[in-house]
Design a protein around this ligand. Structure first.
Ligand SMILES: [Zn+2]
Length: 415
């Protein structure tokens, strides 16, 4: 296990011990999302990267770098160690030398969020808490419902009533209690937090719970290990609340502190134009505590957030790595769903299609140079949002059950 040295607030710089605070910085409030830091000097002496090559094919192969006891109980579902693909045709299409895809839609509930939920569920079990709750635009809720079901925890979900049907169905199938809030994600988020405080439920809310980032950081460990510790020049990912890009940054930060990688990749966060508060803050040099809520409206529901909850850590991730935030339109996102699938065989939801559209934009504007290697993190399976997938393509060819009709539909001559 990695003993926690401190929980550090990126806004005011104060540090806390884990028993002193459960969620965000008491001084800064919700903007002060805490970072879990370790004693890297002692970890460096205890661990070496080749020691990771155990047979464990999940995020728990990195247990020595996670804030859990060595004998901590963890959920049985296989989270993480998702495939990393060399997408040569995509690289060619984007005009880049090297493009990799990290396909996190292959996780048990179909999204990257399983990493965070597995970590939070482990922390709940460690504390003997029976009920875990979260607000979510969909994927985090499904992840918590699924991972919770694997260990028999009581899961209560607050979700905007407008979330895609497939995502809501998934929650119900896993047996979670589902509260469909007739309002935005931001409102659902606050309601969930209030109930957790008053009822003693463990709150998994993204960014509020400091351990979501610790689960999410494992993707960077995997990327580094799968690429034999030669990290990409650039890593791109979709950004709503900013917790995933913060987790990716934390993972590379840990490895860099340990001396296992030579540098941290430039991190580029892609937002939808209709939900681009971090692009705005980055372009205008705003401090996270000065950001004000902006309207959020995009087809990419997974990255729709009016007040990015992990704005402090997300801005830090981009600023400290000399990265960028960029925005793409819903039309570009829709177009990118089939483009990703046809160029790589990976079927993704809109929030990941946005990353591809962002990579295209970054290559065209030379934000990413042609000779740089780029990894796109694909966070959600395309089956999560069938409605948008259907909108992105034309219909199939309707035929009569005759060879003649088929030949006609295919534009072939008469036999
Ligand atoms: Zn603070």
């Amino acid at each position: 296990m990695a003993a926690i040295k401190e929980l550090h607030c990126p806004v005011c710089g104060r540090s806390y011990q884990p028993h002193e605070v459960q969620y965000t910085c008491p001084v800064c409030g919700s903007v002060g999302t805490l970072q879990v830091l370790f004693d890297y000097d002692s970890l460096r002496l205890q661990l070496d990267r080749d020691g990771l090559r155990t047979g464990e094919q999940s995020i728990w192969r990195y247990k020595a770098l996670l804030p859990l006891a060595a004998d901590a109980k963890v959920p049985p579902l296989r989270v993480g160690m998702t495939p990393l693909y060399d997408a040569t045709r995509m690289a060619e299409s984007l005009g880049l030398r090297q493009v990799w895809l990290k396909d996190d839609g292959q996780n048990p509930t179909g999204s990257f969020k399983d990493r965070a939920s597995a970590m939070v569920v482990s922390k709940a079990m460690e504390q003997g808490i029976q009920t875990v709750s979260t607000a979510s635009t969909g994927n985090a809720a499904a992840a918590l419902a699924g991972i919770g079901a694997s260990v028999g925890l009581n899961i209560i979900i607050f979700v905007p009533a407008t979330a895609p049907e497939a995502k809501i169905a998934q929650l119900l199938v896993y047996g979670a209690t589902v509260l469909l809030v007739e309002d935005t994600y931001d409102v659902a988020f606050e309601l969930c937090y209030q109930m957790c405080l008053s009822e003693g439920w463990y709150c998994r809310n993204t960014a509020m719970n400091p351990y979501t980032t610790e689960g999410k950081k494992t993707v960077s460990y995997e990327i580094a290990e799968q690429l034999n510790w030669q990290v990409p020049d650039v890593v791109m990912v979709g950004v709503g609340d900013g917790n995933i890009i913060a987790g990716i940054h934390k993972g590379f930060y840990d490895l860099h502190q340990l001396g296992w990688i030579e540098r941290i990749p430039r991190l580029i966060g892609v937002q939808a134009e209709g939900s681009s508060a971090l692009v705005h803050a980055w372009q205008h040099g705003l401090k996270p505590e000065d950001m004000i809520p902006m309207p959020a409206d995009t087809i990419a529901d997974s990255i729709s957030a009016g007040v990015p909850r992990d704005r402090a850590k997300a801005l830090k991730a981009v600023r400290e790595t000399n990265g960028a935030f960029i925005a793409v339109s819903d039309a570009e996102i829709l177009e990118a769903i089939p483009a990703v699938a046809r160029q790589s065989g990976v079927f993704v939801e809109p929030s990941c299609a946005a990353v591809y559209a962002g990579a295209r934009r970054a290559a065209q504007t030379q934000l990413v140079q042609r000779d740089e290697s780029v990894l796109l993190v694909m966070t959600g399976n395309g089956l999560k949002d069938i409605k948008r997938a259907q909108q992105s393509v034309s219909q199939g060819l309707r035929v009569q059950p005759t060879i003649q009709s088929i030949r006609q539909a295919l534009g072939m001559g008469q036999e």
